[in-house]
Write a protein that binds this ligand. Sequence first.
Ligand code: FES
Length: 149
Amino acid sequence: MQGLTVGEIASRSGVAVSAIHFYERKGLIASHRTEGNQRRFDRAVLRRIALIKVAQQLGVPLAEVAEQLSVLPKDRAPDHRDWQKIATRWSQQLNHRIHMLEALRDNLDGCIGCGCLSMTKCTVINPGDCLADEGQGAVALTEMAAVEG
Ligand code: FES
């Protein structure tokens, strides 16, 4: 099996050679060696790179991409069913992030012009008063001061 060179993969996928090497180092794609010890990639790698590009567009963390790619069969390109499962998962994660960002934006609207940066009142710094369980007063500042020595 001869396969494609890194340059051919780069040109067909529209991804820089350096990015392809990065994906390989991170275990997202794999190559094999020819008898002459030259690196070659199976055509199936193009589908994996397409999936990585989609993930980048969606802001999916690299660790999540690696996890999803790790369960795909190594001997063939991801197919329609593979993609549907991943797309469903990433769609749910995207919806969750959208809700979180909308809540953050709504809280930020209340902050604009305030500038109090209160650890207890500001819902951006302390959403849902999550620091209340950790004690009274400027808990975060006390912890920061302890870390900074
Ligand atoms: S900065 Fe005052 S409420 Fe957020």
